[in-house]
Design a protein around this ligand. Sequence first.
Ligand code: GLU
Length: 314
Amino acid sequence: MASLPPAVTSSYRGRLAPSPTGYLHVGHARTFWTAWQRAREAGGTLVMRMEDLDPDRSRSEYAEAALDDLKWLGIRWQEGSDKGGPYAPYVQSKRRGLYLTAWRRLLRRGFLYPCKCTRRDLESALGAPHERASAVQSGSLSGGKLDLDDEPIYPGTCRLWPGYMPQLPGPTSSEIETPGDTNWRFRVRDGTVVEFEDRNLGKQRFVAGVDFGDFVVWRRDGVPSYQLACVADDAAMGITEVVRGADLLKSTARQILLNRALGYDNPSWYHCRLVVDHNGRRLAKRHDALSLRALRQRGLTPMNILSAELPVEA
Ligand code: GLU
């Protein structure tokens, strides 16, 4: 297994972007291994970025464990939270200024509105019990957390905001400097079709208002959303290809809209099929037995983990 980062001979820039909210599992191992292989094959640079924005769920011990597990697998990177580099810091909790600049730019350009809806409002607006059940199961409503890809479709209650409607009384977007203690949503035009060519999964197509709705870019507790931080960082760090799990395909659609609104170029996209358990369910951090930690403790080698025949989602 390779132990040194290879020489950089091309302008390819990829990244590993773990969230330190639990131990990495075999699914992460597969995806991160693919990201490293693609960067190596391209003679490019791989960046390690720690996505620790959520203060309630991120823990430094998970961040350390992620670096340790990935190194144990044989994955190497040239820039990152543990090594520094030209785009430091590589830890999202230290890059707030960048996200605030992006938020302000979106606001000035008329893409955002403040949303006062509470979780309870959203739950009742979601209506149909099966929708609510699936949203809760996916974690998008439970505990007040919004999942990366499963944010429920927003019913549009707060869309009529005077900030970008000069005929209505109220503050204008040019007078607002900080997000304050309200959620801010990115307004998507219903029916907008977002299409992209995925380098692994082929043509992808999502429809705004059907597959996703107006999404949160800044949370009322002062935390920028994953979507906003991710595009701001990928642009600032010059990422040319994003390799990640297929659970983030709908996030890619949202990020394409954000890139367009912010005037950033899109990177190329490569989404990896997800490893599933014996019941066909996606692996989550709750599958402790499949965490790299647990498998290491049971004596498995990186080769065992990377070469095992594991079921993947269709
Ligand atoms: N930090 C995200 C996660 O662990 C992935 C972000 C990305 O690759 O864009 O799920």
